[in-house]
Design a protein around this ligand. Structure first.
Ligand code: SF4
Length: 411
């Protein structure tokens, strides 16, 4: 069963406009967009007891909170250090803050984390978290350790559900429930680090287990740009978590206007869910293509700042048997990418119950990869990770929905 707000789905243009305040809009249009934004807004950052969560605030907002309780703005710097560098959630464990002040803070604020309701670790080391937020909504976050090195990526979600309904994606079968707030987005990474005890934030040059972020979980991050951007700025802040933008990859299905904004403002690595080389097929399997067709998407990739051979744009291509995996399509992909610093991740399709597709044969994947390699594009075949815990690409949310249904059935 889907939850009620999920049945009201905004159009792509609506949310793009919502996230681009400088667009020329009529008053009626602006009001309509604000109403839609409110419908999908995250819940307030205040607990039932009136205390406010400090996670997810910018430095300026944190300073304003301190001033509002009669303290000096420099307290924000101290708190930032404890919250984001040390990972401390309890004010009484912040020794550089005097005891009376600790008590004052604890009366008014919390340093929140999403509640991990389920944590599963795969035989290959992949760890999947089901996080629940204050309003009971849940998302999944996955830590994927590198098989050969002492590092790994945390795949984080930006929305509960997704508006886009990509046909091969199980996550897309759950319609959008709401956007996540900045605290809820950064909180996934912080809670994953809690799970590995990776605090304080390792300094430059020191190995990190949780070394990268891929914004590739549930949802389309560029449809929740403001909150995603705020969370990424917190993660990148040098006095806190201090993750370089080069260690962050944001994946989009191709929300073209927001790709420009993301490049100009965040300039993190870009990944594009391409999956087809003709508009006809992409319209079908990535319906957003009807709004932003392949030509516009590729032009936006060419405009993306900082793309170079050292920092290539990643194109995700899920291999669907007999659908998009022919040699002719591989040649067309080489043509589309011509002149663009790019690599292609070939993703063997992860079937889910009722999915309309099958995984490409190993032979088809190899032939496809060889054509791309011959065209000058690195095209690693992504090894499915965490399959035994449904944590692989496109499978997110599956298990949590199933668990919820089992619970409902048992009630
Ligand atoms: S692939 Fe990404 S954008 Fe498409 S439906 Fe799945 S979660 Fe949404």
């Amino acid at each position: 069963m889907r939850r009620s707000p999920a049945n009201v789905r905004p159009g792509a243009a609506d949310i793009v406009s919502q996230a681009a305040p400088d667009t020329d809009l009529s008053e009626g249009e602006r009001a309509r967009i604000l109403a839609k934004a409110a419908l999908f807004a995250p819940p307030p950052a205040t607990l039932a007891d009136g205390r406010r969560d400090l996670v997810g605030l910018t430095r300026d907002e944190l300073a304003a909170e301190m001033v509002a309780i009669g303290e000096q703005p420099f307290r924000a710097k101290q708190l930032w250090h404890w919250i984001y560098h040390q990972g401390v959630t309890d004010f009484s464990r912040m020794p550089s803050i005097a005891k009376p002040m600790q008590a004052k803070l604890a009366e008014r604020f919390v340093v929140g984390r999403p509640e991990a309701t389920t944590v599963q670790t795969s035989t290959d080391g992949t760890r999947k978290f089901l996080f629940r937020y204050r309003d009971g909504q849940e998302v999944e976050t996955v830590y994927i350790p590198s098989p050969d090195e002492d590092r790994g990526a945390v795949c984080i979600s930006t929305q509960v559900g997704c508006t886009l309904s990509c046909k091969f994606c199980h996550t897309g079968t759950q319609k959008l429930v709401r956007n996540l707030g900045a605290a809820e987005i950064v909180g996934q990474f912080m809670a994953a680090r809690d799970s590995y005890g990776e605090w304080p934030s390792p300094k430059d040059g020191t190995a990190r287990h949780l070394s990268n972020i891929v914004v590739m979980g549930m949802g389309e991050p560029l449809y929740n740009y403001e909150n995603t951007a705020k969370a990424m700025r917190i993660v990148m802040d040098n006095e806190g978590i201090a993750l370089s933008r080069r260690r962050i990859t944001l994946s989009t299905s191709g929300v073209v206007p927001m790709m420009d904004r993301c490049g100009a403002e965040l300039n993190v690595n870009l990944a594009v869910s391409l999956h087809a080389v003709t508009n006809e097929l992409r319209n079908e399997i990535v319906p957003l293509n009807r709004k932003y067709p392949i030509e516009e998407l590729m032009a936006a990739c060419r405009r993306y700042p900082g793309a170079s051979n050292a920092r290539r744009i990643t194109f995700e291509y899920v291999m669907l048997r007999g659908v998009n995996d022919s040699p002719a399509e591989a040649h067309e992909l080489v043509r589309l990418l011509k002149g663009l610093p790019a690599k292609v991740n070939l993703i063997p399709f992860n079937p889910w119950p009722g999915s309309p597709y099958k995984t490409s044969t190993g032979e088809a994947v190899r032939a496809f990869a060889e054509i791309l390699e011959a065209g000058g594009y690195s095209s690693p075949v992504r090894r499915p990770r965490g399959r035994d815990i449904s944590a692989a690409c496109g499978q997110l949310k599956t298990e949590s929905e199933r668990v919820r249904r089992v619970k409902a059935d048992a009630a």
